[in-house]
Ligand binder design. Structure first.
Ligand SMILES: [Fe+2]
Length: 206
């Protein structure tokens, strides 16, 4: 059985990025539903309980993939944001990579927001690294993750499904993405850049 991970902050602490009602719907309804659905698949295929969420995401298709990946994506999303003013700074190594690959932090933000705006329909905009530390932005649709098929490793993600922002922002996806950027947890992003490995989220969800 997988469980909804504990958030590293209270649902009320993310303003102005998200108000409590937005958090309640997204975390307690949408995210929980993906995990509940994955656990239902595990009732008919108990081998899923022996695997990590990362293994299931990498090696499944159809409904199992959709619900495993969405369970993983949302946990990664929650861990990548933080209450206002508590996000810290990118590590020196990460900042050097941002400067090399995007020019400035402002350029990275502009391209991240633009990538989120151009993600058609439901999906995710990711900041990723390859094994050598080269950064890239990747847009995925629906439940898809960047790291299948030897793709790059996620450092940060913004959920651009409408359910992620519609309670607080209605149709203003750009305003959502710009506010998201002001509450990135740079300690989390820097840790992911240091390991260059797909984050183990299974331990937070067992
Ligand atoms: Fe979502």
């Amino acid at each position: 059985m997988f469980k909804l991970p504990q958030l590293p902050y209270l649902k009320t602490e993310l303003v102005p990025l998200f108000n409590e009602e937005q958090m309640t719907f997204h975390y307690e309804k949408h995210h929980k539903a993906y995990i509940d659905n994955l656990n239902k698949f595990a009732e008919t295929d108990p081998s899923l309980n022996e695997k990590s969420l990362e293994e299931i995401t990498l090696n499944s298709t159809g409904g199992v993939f959709n619900n495993a990946a969405q369970s993983w994506n949302h946990t990664f999303f929650w861990f990548g944001i933080t209450p206002a003013g508590k996000g810290g700074q990118p590590s020196p190594d990460l900042m050097a990579a941002i400067t090399r690959d995007f020019g400035t932090m402002d350029e990275l933000k502009a391209k991240f927001v633009d990538g989120g705006m151009k993600t058609f329909g439901s999906g995710w905009i990711w900041l990723c690294t390859d094994a050598a530390g080269k950064l890239s932005l990747v847009s995925t649709s629906n439940a898809a993750v960047p790291f299948t098929g030897n793709g790059p490793t996620p450092l940060l993600v913004a959920d651009v499904w409408e359910h992620a922002y519609y309670v607080d922002y209605r149709n203003l996806r750009m305003k959502y993405l710009e506010t998201f950027w002001s509450q990135v947890n740079w300690n989390f992003v820097s840790e992911n850049f240091a390991t260059k490995k797909v984050r183990n989220l299974t331990t937070a969800m067992k």
